[in-house]
Design a protein. Structure first.
Length: 200
């Protein structure tokens, strides 16, 4: 597993502060104590193979832009030559928002998610970008800010769907790899671990 020592992009002092509005399984909740740091809690989740809970936790703990980037990486990892163009466009729209988090790009991400019918990781990466800020109402309507935890919920959905959508028998390995990507991002990296491995 990638170094957990710092996770310097995660600024909350206690894991419990991050977990206030995310759903965790009972085994994860049993591990959580008031004084536990994010690093210690994440170590506990991974050591118990509570990978889905670790995904939910990191999706909420990371800053939104970094979390959306993680969703994009996991979504891209399950693309194939048979992937519908709408799925690819959803990932590209989410990536465009990460590169330049403009309002126009945020709205385009929503449109791309709708076009890909919400049944693939890319759609949820795009929705994570859309829910990151601004209003979830139409442009001409009064502002309705998205709830603060919605980006994390969509990111977790993207990552977990990517783990099981293709070759579900390898889900555990994919979870471990995606978590390594998120930890790298939390430590200031870009999450492109396969490129780093190829370079060595």
């Amino acid at each position: 597993m990638v170094n957990l020592a710092s996770l310097n992009k995660i600024t909350a002092p206690q894991a419990a502060l991050i977990c206030q509005d995310i759903q965790l399984e009972s085994a994860a909740l049993a591990t959580l104590t008031a004084e536990l740091t994010p690093v210690a809690f994440l170590q506990a989740l991974i050591s118990q193979a509570l990978y889905a809970d670790a995904v939910r936790f990191l999706a909420r703990a990371l800053p939104k832009r970094e979390a959306v980037w993680w969703a994009c990486l996991s979504a891209r990892s399950v693309l194939s030559q048979e992937s519908p163009p709408a799925h690819i466009k959803a990932i590209e729209a989410a990536e465009q928002w990460v590169y330049k988090p403009l309002e126009a790009h945020r709205r385009l991400a929503e449109q791309a998610a709708q076009a890909s019918e919400y049944n693939n990781p890319g759609a949820w990466a795009a929705m994570a970008a859309f829910w990151s800020e601004g209003s979830k109402a139409p442009v001409e309507a009064p502002v309705v800010p998205p709830a603060d935890h919605l980006t994390a919920k969509a990111v977790a959905g993207a990552v977990m769907l990517a783990a099981v959508q293709r070759q579900p028998e390898l889900a555990e390995e994919k979870y471990q790899f995606f978590l390594q990507q998120a930890i790298d991002i939390a430590n200031g990296g870009n999450g492109r671990l396969w490129q780093a491995a190829a370079a060595n």
